[in-house]
Ligand binder design. Structure first.
Ligand SMILES: *[C@@H]1O[C@H](CO)[C@@H](O)[C@H](O)[C@H]1NC(C)=O
Ligand SMILES: *[C@@H]1O[C@H](CO)[C@@H](O)[C@H](O)[C@H]1NC(C)=O
Ligand SMILES: *[C@@H]1O[C@H](CO)[C@@H](O)[C@H](O)[C@H]1NC(C)=O
Ligand SMILES: *[C@@H]1O[C@H](CO)[C@@H](O)[C@H](O)[C@H]1NC(C)=O
Ligand SMILES: *[C@@H]1O[C@H](CO)[C@@H](O)[C@H](O)[C@H]1NC(C)=O
Ligand SMILES: *[C@@H]1O[C@H](CO)[C@@H](O)[C@H](O)[C@H]1NC(C)=O
Length: 266
């Protein structure tokens, strides 16, 4: 009997310790993030006198142990670099650090965020290439990296992100060509913005298979060749930007896409 009580008590203590460790993990990761950024005094509330769930920009789950499910510090005048410790916040569903002055690379550890649905790092000064690790963010629906200074090619691993609805890397310095099978990887894609980069090659005709596509922005790149006439199959397309490329349309075949677009409902 006494033994039973001891075991029960022991398991209770162990569970308590585990809970504390997991929460401490999120707190430590948030503090590691804070240590790499500065500006605006905006993270003054991030100190150990209060529970990390009450820190500005942090939203926690209601379950125990409490985990950070959202970190939103939009337009906070933050400068500095992104700590790889962000990848330890494995319950995050939203990470929104847009409109700040963050520099340096995007940590590949963000690929550990398997529950992340929303990643917005747009309007910063991030550089380097998009880490292949991001291809493991298996729940991601909105991926916004626009208006940074990212370079290099799109990693092939991004083809894994079959839940994507918005992929926006507009206004960076990305290069290389669009994978020919892009249109067969993202059945839910609604917004695809590759505009204002250094992309080359032809516009893949597979794009016409993205049947949910509403906005397609390819302008201000170095795309060449004909616009695929099959784009007219995009039945819900509302906005198409192709200007400032090296596209050809010097014969009837070249302009066929215009006729085919008449099939779009909007
Ligand atoms: C993040 O997780 C790694 C691996 O579990 C660990 O080594 C590291 O100390 C953690 N970092 C922070 C700041 O908690
Ligand atoms: C710690 O955060 C609390 C709010 O959570 C704030 O009132 C307090 O001034 C902060 N302390 C320091 C030393 O910044
Ligand atoms: C990030 O936050 C800003 C401000 O609230 C919002 O406009 C933007 O849509 C958010 N990004 C995402 C991906 O939700
Ligand atoms: C963007 O990155 C390039 C190198 O990749 C660098 O030369 C340039 O200064 C950067 N621009 C800004 C605004 O950070
Ligand atoms: C993602 O794609 C890469 C290369 O395309 C592949 O090697 C990897 O196994 C995939 N990862 C996941 C988690 O599906
Ligand atoms: C579009 O999808 C269909 C059905 O999956 C496939 O047979 C076809 O090859 C695709 N078209 C392109 C251009 O990839």
């Amino acid at each position: 009997m006494a033994m039973g009580v001891m075991i029960l008590l022991w398991s209770f203590v162990t569970i308590q310790m585990m809970i504390t460790m997991v929460s401490a993990g999120d707190e430590a990761a948030l503090l590691a993030f804070k240590a790499q950024v500065s500006g605006g005094g905006s993270l003054a509330s991030w100190n150990s006198s209060s529970d990390f769930c009450s820190w500005e920009g942090v939203t926690c789950s209601r379950q125990t142990p409490k985990r950070a499910v959202a970190l939103s510090l939009h337009r906070m005048a933050l400068t500095g670099v992104l700590s790889p410790a962000l990848g330890n916040l494995t319950s995050l569903q939203t990470l929104n650090l847009s409109f700040n002055g963050l520099r340096g690379n995007i940590p590949g550890s963000l690929g550990n965020l398997h529950l992340l649905q929303n990643l917005d790092l747009s309007d910063n000064q991030l550089q380097g290439s998009i880490p292949p690790g991001l291809g493991s963010m298996q729940s991601i629906q909105i991926l916004q990296l626009a208006r940074n200074n990212l370079s290099g090619m799109l990693p092939l691993s991004l083809n894994n992100l079959s839940s994507l609805e918005t992929f926006d890397v507009g206004s960076n310095m990305l290069s290389g060509s669009i994978p020919v099978d892009i249109g067969n990887k993202f059945p839910h894609m609604e917004v695809l913005n590759l505009g204002a980069n250094h992309f080359t090659g032809t516009i893949p005709s597979s794009l016409s298979n993205l049947s949910d596509l509403v906005v397609l922005i390819l302008e201000l790149n170095r795309f060449s060749g004909y616009v695929p006439p099959t784009l007219g199959r995009l039945g819900v397309l509302q906005e198409l930007y192709l200007a400032e490329n090296r596209l050809e349309a010097n014969d009837e075949e070249g302009w066929e896409f215009i006729t085919s677009l008449a099939n779009c409902s909007a």
